[in-house]
Design a protein around this ligand. Sequence first.
Ligand SMILES: Cc1cc2nc3c(=O)[nH]c(=O)nc-3n(C[C@H](O)[C@H](O)[C@H](O)COP(=O)(O)OP(=O)(O)OC[C@H]3O[C@@H](n4cnc5c(N)ncnc54)[C@H](O)[C@@H]3O)c2cc1C
Ligand SMILES: *[C@@H]1O[C@H](CO)[C@@H](O)[C@H](O)[C@H]1NC(C)=O
Ligand SMILES: *[C@@H]1O[C@H](CO)[C@@H](O)[C@H](O)[C@H]1NC(C)=O
Ligand SMILES: *[C@@H]1O[C@H](CO)[C@@H](O)[C@H](O)[C@H]1NC(C)=O
Ligand SMILES: *[C@@H]1O[C@H](CO)[C@@H](O)[C@H](O)[C@H]1NC(C)=O
Ligand SMILES: *[C@@H]1O[C@H](CO)[C@@H](O)[C@H](O)[C@H]1NC(C)=O
Ligand SMILES: *[C@@H]1O[C@H](CO)[C@@H](O)[C@H](O)[C@H]1NC(C)=O
Ligand SMILES: *[C@@H]1O[C@H](CO)[C@@H](O)[C@H](O)[C@H]1NC(C)=O
Ligand SMILES: *[C@@H]1O[C@H](CO)[C@@H](O)[C@H](O)[C@H]1NC(C)=O
Length: 589
Amino acid sequence: MLGRALVTLAYLAPCFCKVYEDVAQLPGLSYDFVIVGGGTAGNVVANRLTENPDFSVLVLEAGVSNEGVTDSIVPGLVESLLQPNIYEWNYTTVPQPGLNGRNVGNLRAHILGGCSAHNGMVYTRGSADDYNRFATVTGDPGWSWDRLLPYFFKNEKWTPPVDHHDTQGQYNPAVHSTKGINSVSLSGSYWPIFSRHVIEATKQLPSDWPFNLDMNSGKPLGLGWLQSTIGGGMRSSSATSYLGPEFINRGNLHVLLHAQVSKLVDPSRANGTLSFGGVQFLQGGKLFTARAANEIILSAGSVGTPGILLHSGIGDEVALTALKIPTLLDLPSVGKNATDQPTFGLGWTVNSNQTLDPVFQNATRFDEAFAEWNRSHTGPLSGIGTTHIAWLRLDPEELASNGFTDPSAGPDSPHIEVFLGPGDFGAPPGSHSIFAGIAVLNPLSRGSVTINSSDPFESPVIDVGFLQRDIDVFTGREAIKKVLNFFKAPIWRDYIIAPIVDVGNLTDDALDQFIRNSASSAAHLVGTAAMSTKDARYGVVNPDLRVKGASGLRIIDASVFPFVPSAHTQAASYVIAERGADIVKKAWE
Ligand SMILES: Cc1cc2nc3c(=O)[nH]c(=O)nc-3n(C[C@H](O)[C@H](O)[C@H](O)COP(=O)(O)OP(=O)(O)OC[C@H]3O[C@@H](n4cnc5c(N)ncnc54)[C@H](O)[C@@H]3O)c2cc1C
Ligand SMILES: *[C@@H]1O[C@H](CO)[C@@H](O)[C@H](O)[C@H]1NC(C)=O
Ligand SMILES: *[C@@H]1O[C@H](CO)[C@@H](O)[C@H](O)[C@H]1NC(C)=O
Ligand SMILES: *[C@@H]1O[C@H](CO)[C@@H](O)[C@H](O)[C@H]1NC(C)=O
Ligand SMILES: *[C@@H]1O[C@H](CO)[C@@H](O)[C@H](O)[C@H]1NC(C)=O
Ligand SMILES: *[C@@H]1O[C@H](CO)[C@@H](O)[C@H](O)[C@H]1NC(C)=O
Ligand SMILES: *[C@@H]1O[C@H](CO)[C@@H](O)[C@H](O)[C@H]1NC(C)=O
Ligand SMILES: *[C@@H]1O[C@H](CO)[C@@H](O)[C@H](O)[C@H]1NC(C)=O
Ligand SMILES: *[C@@H]1O[C@H](CO)[C@@H](O)[C@H](O)[C@H]1NC(C)=O
């Protein structure tokens, strides 16, 4: 978590000829499909639609190229991307009452590949219950775990770890696919001493911290080995995979960078249904219109998508009228029910020199690590700091005695995530550390993404609504107690020296304050254009991802999730995009 040196390195970029930087290079501005946002989901849709040579597709991406961006390629350098720079939208939230008035960053990628090109690369699908709840609340069994599993397999390309260590007992091959597009692997920076302690602790505390061979089986509960969207020691993003060389040269696929969409244009109505002729975008200070003969697909993410809808006159009529934006569709749910997971961390100094700390504290060690990565894509920078994740449930009696009902999607779904790793927690210089990061997975608090200006190039107003509901704070507090117990397992006795943040003797009230003063965003914002049943009186899209009351307009990104899965959200974003693309193809083939 310390500042990391930005490494610049000239790579020989392969020619991705169909990624255009200038609108003047495009052969035209009329396509069958226009996809807004070349992010995690948008590039999946672009890839799948252009499998049909009869469809022409234009992707409009506001951000910059991912080509040769070292910090996006080298897994261990990700933190350099997560600060104000050209790869970021630089959003922040409004002050959060639940965080004692603090505002927290709201990281969003401004680069081809979207958040998949600058996220933490953790690969977690969530529980079968999470998707079965999607199916229930949308009335569409197609969103259930069993029906989505083939789409997880279309996405995932299971890959050996770059260090080629023996992975027996670290995952279950039966729940993975080697035939998908985006690489997933066990970590190639294998920290044997820390890992041995973690696994031994699961044996010493088998009822509270059971070992789980594979957290991506639909039954995540327990502690298992981290899987990440890394292949050959390099990040695999939707830009490197779904727009890889074998796809980007398709004649029917064009991607335009530096193209920020402002709104949908040329509205018309037929049979009471609204449709739009195209989208307006800004490039180099000039406005252009791209036309879609079949469909416009919004994949601008949980912040971008509601922003574009609102500026197009789709949203809460009262709020739009106040900004003098004519309402074309009164859909009050646009931007509402925004859900994100609060996260915070604990750390300890340890009696082991096998941690990441020296790499980020000592320039010589950093240079050695970078040289090793540069040589063979191996070493500490070939992975992220986390080695294992535990997925835990709250005690049902504790929940009930505090007057709470279970917020999870079902009995096989966790309430709490604990991610564990050796080092770089901010240990005092010269010492070594480990960390336990905690996330509240099913918060009941809700926020919003709204606008306070009719200028589409002004930032939207982002409120993550953190820790407004007591159960969210309670969950965080119980998580801390569980983590403290984990590190009481005998195996840690000679390993742990002292807590870096000492919460061991705090009262419940003090623990709550610790959480409110230290929580930040897991960057898993979803739900701002949520799916609901076809006849629901709330929601933004139907289960086929069509905007309610409109035709030729769909949303395919994380904003359609009706709930946040009990997981990191990229795998869910990929799978929604894989099925969404299939729905679109079937509608037009
Ligand atoms: C810092 C960070 C770390 C994360 N870590 C993890 C992790 O380790 N594991 C995990 O599973 N998930 C992680 N996530 C979450 C996960 O990456 C996202 O939930 C997921 O990628 C969202 O996909 P998306 O397609 O909805 O949106 P995005 O990937 O954000 O794509 C949206 C795209 O649209 C573009 N865009 C937006 N507005 C416009 C506009 N007006 N005009 C044109 N283009 C526009 C954006 O530039 C972006 O490229 C992380 C997220 C962040 C931000
Ligand atoms: C974010 O901030 C950086 C540094 O100030 C700036 O270079 C970049 O252009 C900003 N991003 C956007 C999308 O404006
Ligand atoms: C409008 O409805 C009529 C009758 O139901 C139908 O024939 C026509 O195709 C519809 N037009 C559009 C644009 O959907
Ligand atoms: C938020 O979601 C809930 C269901 O989880 C729904 O009942 C409610 O109407 C939604 N609110 C809005 C404003 O969409
Ligand atoms: C790490 O610790 C081991 C054993 O305690 C020791 O032999 C080794 O020299 C140390 N390595 C470094 C780089 O300090
Ligand atoms: C930094 O690492 C190098 C190489 O291992 C070592 O020689 C040097 O003593 C370290 N510097 C400090 C300040 O620990
Ligand atoms: C990385 O490797 C290339 C050759 O493959 C070399 O030219 C360059 O200097 C190396 N960079 C670093 C920082 O090691
Ligand atoms: C809109 O909200 C942002 C964030 O709260 C604030 O900085 C800005 O001044 C507001 N703009 C207007 C026009 O109210
Ligand atoms: C709690 O306080 C006691 C008494 O002051 C102290 O001995 C102990 O180390 C503390 N425990 C933790 C985890 O800080």
